[in-house]
Each structure stands twice: as C-alpha cells, then as structure tokens.
Design a binder for this molecule. Structure first.
Ligand code: SF4
Ligand code: SF3
Length: 551
C-alpha cells in the first residue's frame, strides 16, 4: 500500500514521501497516522457541538486530541500498534460523545456530517480506509496546502500544549482552537481567504502556547541563566535523555540521585542545564553528542540507556548495538522499545527500569571535550539589556540574526554553519531549537563580553527571542518590530518549527528567510501569498545572503 506525507522539510524529492518516509516512517504507520488525524477531526466535530450547545464533556477528550496530534509529529512515534489502539479508542470516544450529546437533545443530520464524524471501522479495515482520507483526499491543491499548513501548526501547538499540561499549566482556549481548526479543515464551504485568516489565527495561538509553556517551565524550574555545559564525560554509567519534556527530566534527575548513575542531555534536552532547579544535581553531568540526526553513531558510543521523551527519534539500523538500550515515554514510541507509562496525577513516572539498566552499563565513551554556553532566555537577556543596548548604540553590534529552528541531516544545511562562521564580527546570533548545533561549537568569540551566539533554549523558547525583540523595540522607541536591526534566517524541519513561524508572522515579523528549502506543502499560490504578504523567502548562498542581509 502506498502513503503520502509531506509534513517535514525532508519530504522526498521536495514533494512528498510516497513509498517510505525519508524519516524511516513505514507506509502502514504513515497511513494509520492519517487515519488517526481523521478520527481526531471526527471527535472535534462533536466537542465543537458540545461547546456550542453548552454541554460539558470529559476533559480527558481534550488530552486525547492533543496527545494524538503530538504523536503524529515527525520523528515522534513509529509504533504501528500505538496508532491502531488510538484509532480504536478515538472511535469509542467519538461515539460516546455523540450519544451523550444526542441524549441531551442535540440533533445531528447524518448526511450533513463530515465522514470523520460517522465512519465506523475495525482494525482489519483501518489501513484500507486510511488511504482514502489522507492529505491527497483534498483535491484542490491550494485548499490542501492551507489545510495542511494549519494542521502542521496545530500539531506544533499540541506538542507545546502537552509539555505545559505535564507541568499543570493549561489554557482551555488552546483546546478549543485546536479542535475548531481541525473541524475547519473538514469544511468545504471555507474559501482560501478563510483558510489564510485561520492560518494567521493559528499563529496567535502559537504565541499563546509558547507563553504558557514559558510560564510553566520558569514557574517550575526558575528562569534560565547563563550556563557553561560540559560536553565531556565522567566515569560513571549514564542515562542519556532526549526530546523536550522537562517534567520527565525532573523525574529522572530525582530518581537517579544517589544511585551512582549520571544523567546527560541529548539534542533538544540540552537547555535543561540552564534551569536553576536542575543545576543543583551533582550527577547532572553535561550534554552528549549533537543534534538528533547524528544519533545512530553517538548512541553506540554512549554505552548506556537512552530515553526519548519526544521527537526526534531515528529508527536504528538492524545491526545497531544500542537497539536494546532505547526507551520511549510520552508521545514518543518505536516498535520494540520499552515504553515508560504516563504518570498518575500528582506522581512521578517510574524510571527505575532504565536506572537498573544503566547500572549494568559501562560509562560513556568521550567523543568531545570542552563546554558550550547557553541560557540566554528573555529574563537573562533583560538583565544584560543595558550592555546590549549600549553595544547597539555604539555600533559594536550592527545586527542580530535570529537563526532559530531545526537541524536536519541534509548536506545543504552546511549552509548554516558557514553562514554563522562568515557573519561579520559585529553581529550576534540569537538561536533556539536544535538548529544551533550547526554553529554552537564554533569559536565565534564575543562582543565586549556578549557571546556572539546567544542560545535561548529549545524550539519553543523562540518565544524568548520574540520577547527580546519586543523589548528592544520598546527601548529604541520604534513603532515597528521590523525597524529593529534584526534579521531572520530560520531553519525549519518539523511541525514545531511551523508553529514558531506562524507565531512570528502573527507578531508582525516580515522578511523571514526560511531554509534550507521552502515547505513541500506550500502550493505555488499559497507560497505566493506568504511571499507577498510577509516577504517570506528562501535562502541562496552564504556570500550573497550575508551581503543582502548586511545592506
Ligand atoms: Fe517524509 Fe517527513 Fe513525512 Fe517522514 S515526516 S514521511 S520524511 S515528509
Ligand atoms: Fe529539533 Fe526535532 Fe525541530 Fe525542537 S528535535 S527543534 S528538529
């Protein structure tokens, strides 16, 4: 059976994966993810009806929807059984909710409802059905493009919503928006203009969710502060924790304390080191390796167990020796990797199995030494504001470059290392997300004590960069955020980058350069709208781009 997916930057041939994902997603999993999306739309039709009729429903349904969206994000979950189970469960939830609404007197006209609200199936029919409800089911390529753009933004929203939820921070408007947006993608009466408006609205909720998550993280763990993170190793066995979930980080640090097992971060978990609450752990040793796509080599030499709390997971090679050491939790999953169950309300997750496993392993093999510096989230940068403003006024800093976003395995991303390296000495890079691994180990120096690469944190901490920009706008008494000496050269890969991008557009940021390639899911007409309305453009080559940016 074939598949079609074009949600990430590595979509095959720049158009879409149709046999197997470049990410390693198999066609059965891809199709089941499409079917889950279909079922989530069906559920949302009823939650929307419930709200419209002021009828309460089980709060767990909201969680089921955002969990499901998160699980379909690139490189999060490759486990076929997980998707079969979720589709089954989703149909149950949907039908129960419908019955509840009907009992309360709400009438549904079956022939008017979208098929996602009425379709029934059993696991043996799932995959066949899936092939008829995927992305290509929308025939008009512009409508399809806008629907998918909204859906990918909503997937990113869902991921950040989940992290905040895990820290007991909720904003119910987000649930409503995600569900209403899913319903809107089933509505054939909406015009392209309606969908463009909804795309911008998605960006508004992108700002809200990142603000919520920022509050959740800083309330729980303090404000990130300037931190030197060790990239070498010690002699104890270790656990490597990857992904974005800080609550999992907390539980793991607590449970490993005093066990003789060290904890290292991997990829997007690096910024955990910047939080005061985590710094206090003596066994929280450092960061091991680079961004997600180098994991096949780096996990072999780590020697200990690895825990994925979210994306980006790369399916291991058949003969990978680390294969029996990988664990998943939360939205992450992979067939054959033990999955650590969710925490019960008010309790920790139980990581004892991983800790016992680690005790039997040898310590990590050192692959690099030294340290990297980070922790420049908004609160920390505000403390340096005077220094930064003076440097701009004196001309010591000519321009800031926001280079947030993602890293990826394609060779053309060397552009970003070269770009960072060749930028004039009087420029500063503001970064967040795993894009930083392309340049965070280069010796780029500092400007009067201000490092030339300021890492705010994970991809969601792009919010910090927006807060900093808005603050600078105020300090320099400008009317328009685009009058600041800030250029945007953003690298994207998966759907969290989509919500970050939509959030920046909502905040009024113009002329964002997006690379290494523009999304395959943008039809020529939709790409044109983005170019004409927001000045979004691609990248060319390092020399020409730097020249263009500096003029
Ligand atoms: Fe292809 Fe990306 Fe979809 Fe994976 S997530 S199947 S690489 S488009
Ligand atoms: Fe990276 Fe996957 Fe996007 Fe969170 S971990 S930024 S790619």
């Amino acid at each position: 059976m074939s598949m079609f997916c074009y949600q990430c930057q590595e979509a095959a041939k720049g158009t879409g994966c149709s046999i197997k994902g470049v990410c390693g997603k198999t066609n059965d999993v891809a199709n089941l993810q499409d079917l889950l999306m279909f079922v989530l739309k069906g559920i949302s039709i009823y939650t929307k009806a419930a709200r419209e009729n002021k009828i309460g429903y089980d709060e767990n349904i909201n969680k089921f929807v955002f969990d499901g969206l998160f699980a379909t994000i690139t490189n999060a979950n490759f486990d076929k059984d997980v998707f079969v189970e979720r589709v089954k469960k989703g149909l149950e939830i949907r039908n129960d909710l419908r019955s509840k609404l009907e009992q309360a007197g709400v009438k549904f006209n079956g022939s008017e409802l979208h098929e996602s609200a009425t379709w029934e199936g059993t696991p043996d029919t799932f995959e066949t059905k899936a092939t008829t409800v995927g992305i290509l089911a929308t025939e008009n390529e512009d409508v399809r493009s806008l629907r998918e753009l909204i859906i990918y933004g909503v997937k990113g929203l869902a991921a950040y919503t989940e992290h905040a939820y895990n820290l007991n921070h909720e904003n119910k408007d987000l649930y409503k928006f995600m569900q209403d947006a899913l319903v809107a993608t089933t509505d054939d009466s909406l015009t392209a203009d309606d969908l463009v408006a909804l795309t911008l609205e998605t960006g508004k909720y992108g700002v809200d969710v990142m603000a919520l998550l920022d509050k959740a993280n800083t309330t729980a763990y303090g404000n990130p502060e300037i931190t030197k993170v060790n990239i070498g190793v010690r002699n104890n066995p270790g656990i490597l924790i990857s992904g974005h979930d800080l609550r999992d980080m907390e539980d793991l640090l607590k449970q490993t304390e005093g066990t003789g097992v060290d904890v290292y971060t991997h990829s997007e978990m690096l910024p955990a080191h910047y939080y005061p609450a985590f710094k206090k752990y003596e066994h929280f040793v450092g960061n091991y390796g680079n961004s997600w796509w180098k994991q096949k080599e780096e996990f072999e030499s780590f020697n200990g167990p690895i825990l994925f709390t979210t994306n980006c997971l790369v399916p291991p090679a058949k003969d990978a020796k680390y294969k029996d050491k990988v664990y998943t939790t939360g939205a992450a999953g992979f067939n054959g990797f033990p999955h650590i169950a969710d925490r019960e309300k008010g309790r920790q997750k139980d990581f004892s199995q991983i800790i016992e496993h680690a005790k039997k392993c040898t310590s990590p093999t050192e692959i690099e030494t030294g340290e990297i510096v980070g922790g420049f989230a908004h609160n920390q940068v505000m403390q340096l504001a005077d220094k930064v403003v003076d440097a701009v006024k004196s001309g010591a800093i000519k321009k800031f470059f926001v280079m947030a976003g993602c890293d990826g395995r394609m060779k053309d991303r060397d552009y970003y290392s070269e770009f960072a390296d060749k930028l004039p000495q009087d420029t500063v890079i503001l970064t967040a997300g795993c894009a930083k691994y392309r340049y965070n180990k280069l010796e780029l120096g500092d400007i009067g004590g201000i490092p030339r690469v300021l890492d705010a944190g994970q991809c969601n901490d792009s919010y910090s960069l927006a807060v900093i920009a808005l603050k600078l706008k105020e300090v320099f008494e400008l009317n328009d955020i685009n009058d600041l000496p800030i250029a945007y050269n953003i690298a994207w890969y998966e759907q969290k980058a989509v919500i970050v991008l939509l959030a920046l557009l909502y905040l009024g940021v113009k002329n964002i350069h997006l690379g290494p390639t523009l999304p395959a899911f943008l039809s020529p007409n939709v790409a044109n709208v983005l170019v004409e309305t927001f000045g979004i453009v691609g990248i060319t080559n390092v020399e020409d781009d730097i020249k263009m940016f500096m003029n």
